[in-house]
Design a protein around this ligand. Structure first.
Ligand code: 13P
Ligand code: SF4
Length: 315
């Protein structure tokens, strides 16, 4: 975001953010992939489904979103009369970018009679062209409610789609998209890490590739992974999702050990570069300046709302 020349950033950022939160009557919603300071001062930290539910239920005047654009956009679709702030409007998502609305429209038009189930990691335009939105925590449940003789288009994550096909036995047509973070994990390095820590269980987000998922003791959404480490008798885990989740694992279950799954290259590629665009400074400035905010035309919002409401009703 543009930092105004008059903008000065105070030293006690966390205190100032909490002061602004009261002043604005705001709620701060954050995803697990946000930096730990943002998670620590959020009113609620959760997975995509929980964040949508919280956004739908809040009575705050302002929603401040610690997450990526499609998450804040979903909050706006559900709350047209509230101010929805996102610290950095460029916090995108490789899945959403890889599924542009004109190409998705063509995909739909070339498969008439199919029901389009679309992962929430997409733009409002793509939501508006879909029948039902899903997240990784409710997709299986939603797919099982579709009559067996109705063919399904699943977009935009082919890895999540393939995992769901395996779980439900449904043959779905998959959009060819993937997440730059979850595709980066090195199976070779993960195997080496497990040899070093033979008691460690591999746990993975379903956006990972099938070969890695086949090695996982547990597969689930970010919240499901967090719940799993608390209930599993295992004491060590190799965690194949964005490394930000380790903060909540260490908080909720401090006695256990967590190893972030290593990426293929010697980089920090197991961190989502989009999520990490949001910083404490930008969070403070967006609340101070009440911008950048998410805006959208009412016609698009109403069309995008329908498949989100269907998701909330069906899950
Ligand atoms: P969750 O819904 O599991 O939190 O996943 C969101 C996401 O973007 C994963 O990369
Ligand atoms: Fe998108 Fe992947 Fe980042 Fe999740 S981790 S927000 S799917 S780019």
């Amino acid at each position: 975001m543009l930092v105004r020349t008059t903008d000065t950033v105070p030293h006690n950022l966390a205190d100032e953010i909490l002061r602004l939160k009261n002043e604005l009557n705001a709620v701060i919603l954050a995803h697990y992939y946000q930096e730990s300071e943002i998670q620590d001062l959020a009113d609620f930290v959760g997975d995509s489904l929980e964040l949508s539910r919280r956004a739908a239920a809040t009575d705050a005047d302002v929603i401040v979103f610690g997450g990526v654009h499609f998450m804040a956009e979903t909050a706006k679709i559900l709350n047209p009369h509230k101010l929805v702030l996102l610290p950095d409007l460029d916090a995108g998502c490789s899945l959403a970018e890889g599924c542009p609305a004109p190409a998705f429209r063509q995909f739909r038009e070339s498969h008439p009679g199919h029901v389009a189930i679309t992962y929430i990691n997409c733009t409002a335009e793509v939501k508006a062209l879909s029948d039902i939105i899903c997240t990784s925590s409710n997709a299986e449940k939603l797919i099982r409610q579709i009559p067996a003789d109705t063919p399904i288009l699943f977009s935009p994550d082919k890895n999540l789609g393939a995992w769901l096909q395996k779980k439900t036995g449904r043959d779905m047509l998959l959009w060819n998209g993937s997440c730059i973070v979850h595709e980066t994990f090195s199976e070779r390095k993960i195997i080496a890490l497990q040899l070093e820590h033979p008691g460690a269980e591999i746990i993975a987000h379903p956006e990972c590739e099938a070969s890695l998922l086949s090695r996982a003791a547990f597969i689930g959404s970010t919240s499901a992974l967090l719940h799993y480490v608390q209930s599993s008798p295992a004491q060590e885990f190799i965690v194949a999702t964005e490394a930000g989740i380790l903060h909540q694992m260490e908080k909720h279950c401090p006695g256990k050990r967590y190893y972030p799954a290593p990426p293929d290259a010697n980089c920090a590629c197991n961190e989502c570069p989009h999520m990490k665009r949001n910083t404490m400074e930008k969070l403070y400035l967006c609340m101070k300046n009440r911008t950048p905010e998410i805006t959208m035309g009412e016609d698009l919002r109403l069309r995008a709302l329908k498949p989100i409401q269907r998701m909330l009703e069906m899950s």
